[in-house]
Ligand binder design. Structure first.
Ligand SMILES: [Ca+2]
Ligand SMILES: [Ca+2]
Ligand SMILES: [Ca+2]
Length: 186
């Protein structure tokens, strides 16, 4: 998609306060009363891609140098991980995490997103999916506005239901991740 490629370029070339630029022209999400409560929040990590190998090639004729990606998602303090997809630079992760809640829809719900190459006993390589100095992401999702914010609660990174694509900046370790966020009102 042309839009996503443009967005990735902006992420790579600009500083974090300009992140809101990556979502031009999106329809306004209708505000609902923030006194309503939210029943659940869902994160769907669709895909991770990279140009890099994350392992040495140990077995001849096998692509074992390619990454074995899995994602680790935290919603409001609860964390879950997907199963690794072996030896793929283009990994259809397709991992859904739903967190049951009962809080006002105006609250900001902390969400963390990480991507790893599974390395078994030697520890896992963390891929860089953040164009800033970190490798991982921490966001705040506000169901009443449908906005996903950085921790300044002003910079909008994405909106409910929309595919959000992020790419890291660390040489040899960077990857791109695509995900969505959704919620259900009580
Ligand atoms: Ca590795
Ligand atoms: Ca591998
Ligand atoms: Ca980074």
């Amino acid at each position: 998609m042309k839009f996503q490629l443009t967005a990735i370029g902006l992420f790579a070339a600009t500083t974090l306060p300009l992140l809101s630029v990556v979502l031009p022209g999106l329809a306004q999400v209708t505000n609902v009363s923030s006194t309503r409560n939210v029943r659940e929040v869902t994160i769907i990590v669709e895909r991770a891609t990279t140009e890099h190998n994350f392992d040495p090639n140990l077995i001849p004729l096998k692509d074992d140098e390619k990454p074995d990606f899995f994602t680790r998602v935290s919603i409001a303090g609860e964390t879950r991980s997907s199963q690794p997809l072996t030896d793929r630079k283009d990994a259809p992760i397709n991992f859904t995490m739903t967190k049951q809640l009962n809080i006002p829809a105006g609250n900001a719900i902390p969400i963390a997103l990480k991507l790893f190459d599974a390395d078994g006993t030697s520890g896992d390589d963390q891929a860089d999916i953040n164009p800033g100095s970190n490798r991982d992401w921490v966001f705040y999702y506000q169901p009443s506005s449908g906005n996903l914010y950085l921790n300044d609660m002003r910079t909008v990174v994405g909106q409910v239901g929309r595919l959000i694509t992020l790419r890291g900046n660390e040489s040899g370790k960077n990857a791109t991740i695509s995900f969505r966020v959704n919620h259900v009102f009580r």
